[in-house]
Design a protein around this ligand. Structure first.
Ligand code: UDP
Length: 330
């Protein structure tokens, strides 16, 4: 990879929430970015950095075309379906998109001789935690097809390293949140299922009620505890993972989380303070498949990648999300 240009990077899913933040950060760090996205859940308005190639991972011809267009040095893979409940109802669609689509991508990388891959994995690979803080050695027992689809790819990547020399880093995200501080892109899912956007949207959109799913978990206030990690910090870990792959071979996994847990009610309180609005909510029954507590031990990423998250305070994370939600550009 050339030191001056930073190298050519393909960003699959670069029109989505985390992928678009990544495309921006790569471009700002001197990389030549090409986004590959089918725009099924991503946003055309988020395509502000690099070249755009509209295509679908499930269509090998689309992949052939994009790999013929440039000699990529590395691939980042953010294209994934991510709604747990939907994955339970339509496992076929989840496995087709998340597993078959990724296999097609890996095949094309193999054919083109691209041997560096950074994969978006998830804390959902752990299932119900058996320890308070989760490190990478925690048992892997996903509770739904979404988590299983990510775990299958992690295992495939280990096999591809042994068989074909493909070097990869899987980043297991805890709860991604926040937006670029300049507010030019942010989080916009349809339907929105995530806590922080749902809290903020309940203050901005008429008739949109905030529901808290479950208040009798075995946590201090009865609501679920999660580890919120800023999208910019996730992206900086991806950049470091790419640099790591320049000098290390293998198929590695790293947790990415802040290491601090916040309950749903604590997040609502922090959002009330950030927005200055007394945020109302109702308590509803628990969502199926939600773990009581998911908090990361990310010391492996801090040590091996020298990752230093900058947004380690949930209020700062909410502030950036609030800036975006008050003035969304899509
Ligand atoms: N949650 C909630 N109301 C919402 C959305 C989420 O109470 O409108 C809760 C959810 O049950 C979980 C936590 O907030 O305990 C984080 O959920 P999210 O969907 O943001 O991420 P997940 O942890 O499921 O990946």
């Amino acid at each position: 990879m050339s030191a001056t240009s930073g190298g050519k990077v393909l960003v699959c899913g670069g029109a989505g929430y985390i992928g678009s933040h990544m495309a921006a950060m790569l471009a700002e760090n001197g990389y030549e970015v090409t986004v590959f996205d089918n725009l099924s859940t991503g946003h055309r308005e988020a395509l502000k950095w690099g070249d755009f190639f509209e295509g679908d991972l499930r269509n090998p011809d689309d992949l052939k075309k994009v790999f013929h267009s440039k000699d990529f040095d590395a691939v980042f893979h953010f294209s994934g379906l991510i709604v747990v409940s939907e994955s339970v109802e339509r496992p076929d669609i989840y496995y087709d998109n998340n597993v078959t689509g990724t296999l097609n991508l890996l095949d094309e990388m193999k054919r083109s001789g691209v041997d560096r891959f950074v994969f978006s994995s998830t804390a959902a690979v752990y299932g119900n935690p058996v320890s308070d803080i989760i490190n990478e050695e925690h048992p892997l027992a996903p509770l739904n097809p979404y988590g299983r689809s990510k775990l299958y790819i992690e295992e495939i990547l280990r096999d591809y390293h042994r068989a074909f020399g493909l070097n990869s880093v899987c980043l297991r995200y805890f709860n991604a949140a926040g937006a670029r501080p300049d507010g030019i892109i942010g989080e916009a899912h349809d339907p929105e299922t995530h806590l922080i956007p749902n809290i903020l949207l309940s203050t901005l959109r008429e008739g949109r009620e905030l529901k808290v799913f479950g208040d009798s978990y075995a946590t201090p206030d009865g609501t679920c505890v999660r580890d919120y990690v800023h999208v910019q910090d996730l992206c900086s870990a991806h950049l470091l993972a790419l640099e790591y792959l320049n000098t290390n071979s293998g198929a590695e996994v790293f947790n990415l989380g802040s290491g601090s847990g916040f309950s749903v009610l604590e997040v609502i309180k922090a959002a009330s303070e950030v927005t200055g609005i007394d945020i109302q909510y109702t308590i509803e029954s628990a969502r199926s498949g939600d773990s009581a507590r998911l908090v990361a031990d990310s010391s492996k990423a801090r040590e091996a990648l020298k990752w230093r998250p900058r947004y380690d305070d949930v209020k700062t994370i909410i502030e950036t999300a609030w800036r975006w939600h008050k003035n969304p550009t899509f």
